[in-house]
Write a protein that binds this ligand. Sequence first.
Ligand code: FE2
Ligand code: FE2
Length: 336
Amino acid sequence: MSSNRLEVMRHLQDFVRDALPSLLKTEDTYWQPSDFLPDMSQPDAFDQIRELQQAARELPDDLLAVLVGDMITEEALPTYSVWLHSYEGIDKGGEPRGPWGEWARKWTAEENRHGDVLNRYLYLTGRVNMREVEATIQNLISDGMDIKTGSDPYKAFAYTSFQEIATQVSHKNVAVRAASLGDRRLARLCSHVASDENRHAKAYKLFFEKILEVDPSDALLSFQEMMKSKVTMPAMYMREKGKQIGESFRKFADVAERTGVYTRLHYVDILQGLVRSWNIEALTQLTPAAEHAQQFLCSLPERYRKVAERFENVSKELHSFSWLNGGESTPVAQPS
Ligand SMILES: [Fe+2]
Ligand SMILES: [Fe+2]
């Protein structure tokens, strides 16, 4: 990492320290996975499970496959946590502790609940081949992934801003579908996960906004570079047992698109939202290369939107997922 970036990270420490209380919840206000799951200590525990299974029976296979993919992605948290802590300027837990390290630890602790709650819920539905899902989680963590941010914290925060919004969109849309299908438990738990993702997105957007204030030209160049290589979703690296990297994602992206949970247009909307909220268009006193990046970034959403709108072929392909009992995911009509 350039000494300049390290300097900026150090410079922002006080800001981050002051901002953390507004970006994090407290021990008293955190939700926990148990809040949404049957309480096994109760005499009616099995009635609660039966009720859960009855509601989950209504979920179409496509939606279930998306939810499983989302859960697998959440469960690769060890990879993301190591990645976030690897940046210079973020302390690794030893002394002295700083605000960047505190954010990274607390972010990890909050994210840890996402995989837990989704995993337990899906296990209890009885509709998922848990062994295959667990094998995919193990593959995802052991294969590793290159999300192309290198050692650049500017790219990392532009990336996490994007990624947290993408997960928020996905969990929120599963919640909406689940509610319309009568699975209120799933709707509630996904809404809570989505609201965490939303708060995390707010934090990363704020960090990048401050970087733009302090070092606008380099920040723009990093953002541009990240968008040029397209945002690499961790889900792209999911791999079912015996398959190649890319095969599971292709099916997953297809079902996410046709259920409307996460589509090409969402990708464009997220990018456009970031360009607008960081007011990229109005930045001044840039180097010539950064001015070029500014123009590129401001025109990119419309270019992508045209491509996304031309894409009308919603796939009707029958997808076979080892994750699902029964194994196949077929398209069904979704509420518009
Ligand atoms: Fe998450
Ligand atoms: Fe997240």
